[in-house]
Design a protein around this ligand. Structure first.
Ligand code: PHB
Length: 386
């Protein structure tokens, strides 16, 4: 009996030791995404990119095993907050990542800050998110960053009067403010600023108001996934034939759904940090590998997921596997790399990416619609963070 107890104790101690060693050797990443609901396309794009990164780079970094724990928040901020809490407290994740919409990122910030867990924002693009906590690092883009070059382009293209039409939440307000400030500073006019609800948007009444104002162009921001319904209503109301140009950030001609939009999208001018048509060997390889693994064309959301993983892997290499939140964030600051989108630097001061912003036009190439880049503004910083 005595020996048996001893043996059991020894076994228990051993499994405890093995358990601890395994826990220390594993770096858990809590990936929270909208995998269902109206913004599921964002979740699917990012999840597909994380899987591609892992397929290409393995699951071992600096001697540690990376374990990604994917959770679906369905685009609901209360769920995001609860999942983040559980991932930190129960799963003891070293890093939180994902965040398909600004409100979902903002709901998680207090948890990341309190737990000193880095939060890699792959999608949400409201400028102020990185200001909320020193533990937030952004891998995607910000709306002010991509909007400002478009205001310059519009003025240079002879456009004088623009109505803005944006989805009524953080990134939309950032886009509206940036466009208006820049375009009016150059001498342009913005006679109306229209805001459409985030949930179940009906664009028809807003498009009527655009028509009534008869501007040279309408500037649009809608979140990823919503562009198809916007374009449909734009065509149904005959705006594509009204002589009012459609311009916007690249969210509206999202590569994921662009091909399904049809001819109404042809000629639409947008500014953005990523196009699946970006002409570089790195991007051609990325698009081919992404399609092969996931069966769809990658969009800009995928890019935030892919480079978010890169930033994490490079940080772990730099810290030699040390997962303290401060050490990891410090190792993310200032990272500079060649991404499929072009050169990217994580601004050490703001923890936002500094990157090229491209002007693009929707064209049919090889039977498919693409955002074809025609001009580049290099190394753009978020103008709200200057
Ligand atoms: C955001 O919620 O910050 C967001 C969502 C979709 C986009 C851009 C920004 O396309």
């Amino acid at each position: 009996m005595f020996t048996r107890t001893l043996a059991l104790c020894a076994f228990a101690a051993l499994s405890l030791a093995v358990g601890t060693a395994a826990a220390q050797d594993t770096v858990k990443v809590g990936l929270i995404l909208p995998m269902t609901g109206p913004f599921a396309s964002t979740g699917r794009q990012i999840d597909g990119a994380v899987k591609l990164w892992i397929q290409q780079n393995g699951t071992t970094v600096a001697g540690k095993k990376i374990e990604v724990i994917l959770k679906d928040d369905a685009g609901n901020a209360d769920t995001t907050r609860r999942l983040a809490q559980e991932l930190v407290v129960n799963d003891k994740v070293a890093v939180l990542a994902g965040f398909g919409l600004t409100p979902l990122a903002l709901a998680t910030v207090p948890i990341a800050t309190q737990a000193k867990v880095p939060m890699i924002v792959m999608a949400a693009a409201t400028s102020s998110i990185t200001e909320q906590s020193p533990f937030v690092v952004r891998a995607g883009f910000t709306l002010p960053q991509v909007t400002s070059p478009l205001a310059n382009w519009a003025w240079q293209a002879g456009i004088k009067k623009v109505v803005t039409l944006v989805t009524d939440f953080g990134p939309g307000i950032d886009a509206e403010t940036t466009f208006k400030n820049r375009f009016t500073a150059l001498g342009g006019q913005v006679p109306a600023e229209l805001r459409v609800p985030l949930r179940n948007p009906d664009f028809a009444p807003f498009l009527q108001r655009v028509r009534d104002a008869s501007p040279d162009a309408v500037f649009v921001f809608v979140p990823s996934g919503v562009g198809a319904i916007f374009m449909k209503q734009f065509a149904e109301r005959g705006l594509d034939k009204s002589g009012i140009k459609l311009i916007g950030t690249g969210d509206v001609t999202d590569d994921d759904i662009l091909n399904g939009m049809g001819d109404v999208a042809l000629g639409v001018i947008t500014s953005f940090h990523y196009s699946a048509a970006h002409d570089s060997p790195a991007n051609k390889a990325y698009v081919a590998a992404y399609k092969k693994l996931n069966g769809v064309r990658p969009n800009f959301m995928s890019m935030g997921g892919y480079d978010g993983m890169r930033v994490l892997y490079k940080a772990l290499e730099a810290t030699k596997g040390n997962t303290s939140g401060e050490a990891l964030v410090n190792a993310m600051k200032g990272q500079a790399f060649e991404s499929p989108r072009g050169p990217v630097t994580i601004d050490p001061a703001t923890r936002d990416p500094i990157q090229n912003v491209y002007m693009r036009k929707v064209e049919r190439v090889g039977g498919e619609l693409w955002n074809v880049e025609f001009a580049t503004q290099p190394a753009v910083k978020d103008p709200m963070h200057k």
